[in-house]
Design a protein around this ligand. Structure first.
Ligand code: C2E
Ligand code: CA
Ligand code: CA
Length: 782
């Protein structure tokens, strides 16, 4: 359970006060009570001594008179007379006179055995023996002997004296009653109360027989009085409280009687003193409590008020309000410290939140915004239906920059690019890698885009190195081109892809791009799946090539086919390029090599001697491992490099000439022959080709298809043929669709023809039939 500071302080102070007061009270009680007790004990002792002394004095006074009288003739004669005549009356009147002289209450003559001969008053005792205690006195009585007796329920102090003639013939006994009156008179001298009472007994309570106080009071004292001061009595008020003690009277001859004497002192006054003390302590405590309450109020005012104000302020900080100034907290040091601590916490939180927010919205490397931020930004702008231009900027070959110059310098390129871009009005964000998105304040026209490109493409100087930078820009018009930020990012990717593929620096988005992209995606997915499955959807067809001098089939071009379950027939032109870009070409070529070599073995088995021309893509010709594998596969099939021709396009040699040409030289050295495919579509000259390990050129079919009718084509082909022969290159004409063209080519000295006029590409099985029936018979060995 929680309690307030005020509460808790008050509790502590109050507890302290109560404990202190109680301790004071207890120690005062302890100290004083023992002092008082001592004095009370002494008072009782003194009272007892006075009591005894009075009794003894009285006894001796009576005893002397009794003794003297027992020696007088008149007494002796009275006794004798009484014994002889039973003239009791006379004797008693004599006793009465003695009583008057002695202040006694009772006088009697006793026989030698203690029987009462005469008694005044108490005539009823005559003839009876006095009690045992009295008889004991008689034995010892020489002059006189005092002691106690109980006669008809009253206590008497008696004195016995023998009556001698000269031998003892009787006894006189004088006594006075220890009654209320007597005790009252004594109590004045003793300054204490005296009670005569019955002895204690387990079963019965002590009963007062006589006392110096009222009988009820006496009984009350007997019942409640204790020897010591009682804390409890004091607490219950201390009114009519007595300290009492039963005094030992055995030396006075009280032993043997069923009575005891108790002396009691009224301690009401003492208790009253304590009560007064208690009262003042209580009053002081109350005052102290009131003062402490005030102190607590004051303290809590000075402590809890600023604390609760601080709590309010901190709550508000927790709600994200970092701007407030913390409340004045007074001059208590700890609270002021706390307030300062909160204040610095607030400013720390504020700066941290700012930092986090900045990090959440910015790219740490370039300081441009990040993808998250731009996503929200674009979503908001799309929502508002305003139209704006989005420019995607890619640093071309950013990965290559990293590889060549190191990541630090790659980062530097991005930072510099970001700096350059930030001078342009608008908003820029880095999406990933070397991709930046830029939204200009106003749409840029082509000239401005050109300028932007120019600025961004200035090389980046790092130390002594100048890193060349190429960028491509893609354009999208929002909201026409994209309906959401996500959509926009996806489309930027598509256009970027196109820019990379086409190598153009500026590409504008249009819907066809997306269609192509999706188609490419589908082809990649399906081709991958097909290559991984056991049953290949790929197959090979072969197209015969005829030597125009002998008019026989000297070669076949191997062409791959893909009949996809999902996409239907996909032309090789389409999927080979995609496979190259998607890194799947090695798998495709491997499959083609395997199938081609196995088919060639079958042709050889049938006795055919023609070679097979295989197409290699630009990636293949740079893939040394793949080419080594080809040699092994040929060996395994007992074939030689002479059994194959390798077709590569002109452009393959231009892209990364060094490695490609090196590989070609090696392969040529091991017996392979190379043909340049699609000759005429590129820029390379025959003179250039002559320096390469190439034996053949294939004139592109675009020059051949209409050769029969197109004079232009005729001129070109004619020229190529004449030059090729000068450079000692064999020439293949591909795309021969008619007899006229074929004859023309033959006349101009073309070495080989290939085309639908001879045969369409066919699967191996069909080719066996075709070969049997064709006029262009291959030299069968058998
Ligand atoms: P290419 O190497 O120039 O192949 C010749 C293409 O011309 C073949 O098309 C062939 O069917 C076609 N053709 C031959 N004669 C005629 C004709 O008289 N008239 C017409 N209109 N066309 C004719 P295909 O098979 O569709 O191949 C297209 C391209 O795909 C090939 O061009 C080649 O670049 C590539 N390709 C085909 N198979 C493979 C392969 O196995 N590996 C690689 N890397 N590329 C291949
Ligand atoms: Ca070819
Ligand atoms: Ca071709």
């Amino acid at each position: 359970m929680q309690i307030s500071l005020r509460h808790s302080l008050f509790r502590i102070l109050l507890g302290g006060i109560v404990i202190t007061a109680s301790l004071i009270l207890v120690s005062v009680w302890n100290g004083t009570a023992s002092l008082v007790q001592d004095s009370l004990d002494k008072e009782i002792d003194v009272a007892k001594e006075i009591f005894k002394y009075r009794l003894e004095a009285q006894a001796s006074k009576i005893g002397q008179i009794g003794y003297l009288s027992s020696r007088q003739y008149s007494v002796i004669s009275a006794v004798i007379r009484g014994q002889a005549n039973d003239d009791v009356a006379t004797t008693e009147s004599y006793l009465d006179s003695l009583i008057l002289r002695t202040d006694a209450d009772w006088a009697a003559y006793l026989g030698l055995n203690g029987e009462v001969v005469a008694s005044s008053p108490k005539e009823q005792l005559i003839g009876e023996q006095i009690p045992e205690a009295g008889r004991a006195l008689l034995v010892d009585a020489e002059n006189y002997e005092s002691g106690f007796l109980i006669i008809s329920d009253s206590l008497y102090h008696v004195v016995a004296s023998p009556v001698k003639m000269p031998i003892t013939i009787a006894y006189t006994m004088f006594g006075y009653e220890i009654n209320d009156h007597y005790l009252s008179s004594l109590s004045n001298i003793m300054q204490a109360e005296v009670i005569v009472h019955s002895t204690t007994d387990v079963t019965s309570e002590r009963l007062a027989i006589a006392s110096s106080v009222e009988p009820a009071a006496a009984q009350y004292i007997l019942k409640t009085g204790s020897e010591r001061l009682n804390w409890l009595d004091f607490l219950t008020g201390g009114k009519e409280s007595y300290v009492s003690r039963q005094v030992d009277m055995s030396d006075m001859g009280l032993s043997g009687l069923p009575v005891e004497i108790t002396i009691a002192l009224d301690v009401t006054k003492q208790y009253q003193g304590f009560a007064n003390l208690l009262f003042s302590i209580v009053i002081i405590s109350v005052i102290a409590s009131a003062v402490s309450l005030m102190v607590v109020m004051l303290l809590s005012h000075r402590v809890s008020r600023p604390v609760s104000r601080l709590v309010e302020a901190v709550d508000s900080i927790a709600d994200g309000n970092y701007e407030q100034t913390l409340p004045d907290t007074g001059n208590l040091k700890e609270i002021a410290d706390l307030s300062h601590a909160f204040s610095s916490m607030q400013s720390n939180l504020k700066s941290r939140e700012e930092r986090i927010r900045f990090q959440a919205q910015h790219d740490m490397l370039t300081g441009l915004h990040n993808r998250n931020y731009v996503e929200e930004h674009i979503a908001a702008r799309l929502q508002s239906r305003e139209s704006f231009q989005v420019i995607g900027i890619s640093v071309n070959g950013f990965r290559t920059i990293n590889d060549l110059y190191g990541y630090v310098n790659g980062d530097k390129v991005l930072q510099v690019t970001a700096q350059r871009l930030s001078r342009w009005p608008g908003m820029a964000a880095r999406l990933a890698g070397g991709e930046i998105l830029y939204i200009s304040e106003t749409a840029l026209d082509e000239l401005q885009l050109e300028t932007l490109r120019h600025i961004l493409e200035q090389s980046v100087e790092v130390g002594l190195v100048a890193i060349p930078v190429k960028v491509s820009l893609v354009l999208l018009q929002c909201p026409a081109d994209a309906e959401s930020a996500e959509d926009l990012f996806r489309k930027i990717n598509i256009v970027n892809d196109e820019a990379t593929r086409s190598g153009s620096w500026l590409v504008q988005y249009d819907d066809d791009l997306e269609k192509h992209y999706l188609r490419r995606l589908a082809i990649i997915t399906e081709l991958k799946r097909s290559l991984q499955s056991d049953r290949s959807e790929l197959s090979m067809v072969y197209q015969p090539k005829v030597a125009l001098d002998s008019m026989t089939v000297t070669s076949m071009e191997a062409l791959v086919r893909w009949n996809s379950d999902a996409l239907g027939f996909v032309p090789p032109d389409e999927f080979i390029g995609i496979a190259e870009q998607a890194g799947l070409i090695e798998q495709v070529t491997t499959w083609v090599m395997g199938q081609t070599i196995s088919d060639l073995s079958r042709f050889r088995a049938q006795g055919y001697t023609f070679s097979i021309a295989m197409n290699l893509s630009s990636h293949d010709i740079q893939n040394t491992a793949l080419l080594e594998r080809l040699i092994l596969m040929l060996k395994d099939a007992n074939l030689t490099p002479q059994d194959l021709e390798l077709e590569i396009t002109e452009s393959d040699l231009v892209e990364d000439a060094v490695l490609a040409i090196e590989n070609m030289r090696k392969l040529k050295a091991s017996g392979f022959r190379f043909a340049i495919d699609d000759f005429g579509t590129g820029y390379s000259s025959l003179a250039y080709l002559k320096n390469l390990p190439v034996t053949t050129i294939k004139i592109d079919k675009s020059f051949i298809l209409n050769l029969a009718t197109d004079e232009n084509d005729q001129q070109i082909v004619h020229t190529v043929l004449s030059l090729a022969h000068i450079f000692e290159l064999d020439v293949v004409a591909e795309g021969v669709e008619d007899e006229v063209s074929m004859v023309m080519l033959q006349e101009w000295g073309c070495d080989i023809a290939q085309g639908y006029h001879i045969s369409r590409p066919q699967p191996a099985e069909q080719l066996f039939d075709w070969l049997r029936n064709t006029p262009y018979q291959n030299n069968k060995e058998r």
